[in-house]
Write a new protein. Structure first.
Length: 339
């Protein structure tokens, strides 16, 4: 039985690949999330259309740098793909805590985001979106984000020089307008608002943490997360920062927000990836957005009662690639942005 009797009208849509063939899945997971529990991901942006080209991005290089919102997939198609994955997950007794827009690019570039959000309300599962904040200066984007239960805003820096070095934004974007948009959004948003600040090595942060802390005090997020790269980044020189840098950021943020509202995103999220009935589809769907450590892949294969030959066949077929990062082996979907 379907989760809902709502039957969207069929429309023509663009596909990354056949949803049942392991090519370009819209919905993936559920995956373990340090912020959201068991999160079923929604990949509403093709590889890799973004407004930033962050040096630490785990998806890979930005193929199309854009800031103009446009159509990517029909909302009805996204609805059906999410419904299919929810049904598969529940048939395997996999729990879902959030439906999360966390795509191969910036989710707010999708001009249909608000309509997709409204359709997905049908399932009665909380909705989350992880955005790089670049378009929050737009009134229409803020209006659409207001309808989510959980919004994560990127806040890597508030200094122009560091912003351009770390996040490498589209040339038309203005940091000052983005920061103003974040504050305007906070004034109206009733859901759970968090920020994420990614720290990397070989960056002279100087007094940047104090400046970010001052902004956080005004923004007043529910939680300010401090993150480090835990999966293979696009730029090979990117490494996690030294412990004293991470601690300095934590102490500085905690001074203005309180220690209970500052948390680390620096540990491994665990191996509790969900098997939803098709091991190849699950592997390719998850690793398109979320590179998996080798131990996590083995755990998922064990859950699916599958052999390591599944991975070997995907590697031989050129659908998966393996990389080493920070002493660990990761497996990732082979995307144009990663080659």
């Amino acid at each position: 039985m379907q989760l809902s009797q709502f039957q969207p009208k069929a429309k023509v849509y663009t596909l990354l690949g056949s949803p049942n063939s392991g090519g370009g899945m819209i919905a993936f997971g559920p995956v373990p999330s340090r912020r959201l529990g068991k999160s079923l991901g929604i990949n509403n942006i093709p590889d890799k259309v973004c407004s930033y080209a962050c040096v630490y991005c785990q998806i890979g290089k930005t193929l199309k740098m854009e800031v103009k919102r446009r159509h990517f997939y029909e909302p009805d198609f996204i609805f059906r793909e999410v419904e299919r994955k929810i049904n598969e997950s529940r048939s395997q007794k996999e729990e879902i805590d959030y439906l999360t827009f966390v795509p191969d690019g910036e989710p707010t570039l999708d001009i249909n985001l608000g309509e997709e959000r409204d359709l997905l309300r049908e399932f009665g599962i909380p909705l989350a979106v992880l955005t790089n904040s670049s378009l929050v200066w737009r009134e229409d984007v803020r209006e659409e984000l207001l309808g989510f239960d959980f919004v994560s805003l990127k806040l890597d820096t508030i200094s122009e020089v560091l912003w351009r070095r770390i996040d490498r934004p589209h040339k038309t974007l203005k940091l000052e307008k983005i920061l103003e948009g974040m504050l305007e959004f906070r004034d109206e948003f009733k859901g759970r608002l968090v920020t994420e600040t990614m720290l990397i090595d070989d960056i002279d942060y100087g007094e940047e943490f104090e400046k970010i802390a001052d902004f956080l005090k005004e923004l007043n997020p529910d939680v300010a997360y401090i993150a480090v790269p835990t999966r293979p980044p696009w730029e090979k020189w990117v490494k996690p920062p030294k412990e004293e840098v991470i601690n300095q950021a934590f102490q500085t943020f905690a001074e203005v927000l309180g220690g209970e509202r500052v948390e680390y995103l620096i540990g491994y999220e665990g191996n509790t990836f969900a098997f939803t009935g098709n091991i190849e589809e699950d592997l390719l769907g998850i690793t398109a957005v979320h590179p998996m450590r080798e131990d996590a892949v083995k755990k998922l294969l064990e859950k699916a009662n599958a052999e390591w030959s599944v991975v070997e066949n995907l590697l031989k077929a050129g659908k998966l690639i393996k990389v080493e990062y920070n002493g660990k082996r990761f497996y990732m979907r082979k995307l144009k942005s990663r080659v």
